[in-house]
Write a protein of this length. Sequence first.
Length: 183
Amino acid sequence: MPTEFIDAGDQSMIVRLAKLHQVDLIMNAVDPVFNETIFDAAYEAGTHYMDMAMTLSSQAAKDPYHVCGVKLGDYQFERAKKWEEKGLLALVGLGVEPGMADVFAKYAEKHLFDEIDEVGVRDGANLEVRGYDFAPNFSIWTTIEECLNPPVVWEKDKGWCTTEPFSEAEVFEFPEGSARWSA
């Protein structure tokens, strides 16, 4: 299979190359800022699609700490019916969270517990890359965006809602023991 340079921001280039090489699936593993372009290119080219981080969120223009804006993946979910009608499959958000965390939560709900009151995902790591003081394991810009946008919360009685970033205190009891991974 030949190697091709692809500009992730150029939808027509992605479509052209997908058709040229008769691609069955476009696997998007780039910064989520390109998700809409690559997602739309896969649809236009008639290929299946996967990504690890859904299309980005944006806060509501007015009253963002009380009104929900565009949520992660809304862009893609709004187009699901069109994909189905075209006979295409789009698997979105298959990274760590959402993705693996959702699969683990569903498995726990189905096989491990009779009842679940809440599912919380805590993200953290002690990743170290020798020679670098700072080496994020994901897009630093997406991480900053996720921390600064108003958190989107689902509450049974309220539905989707938002709150100010870092506005609600949470106590998390770490499990006993300590683990440190090193290479």
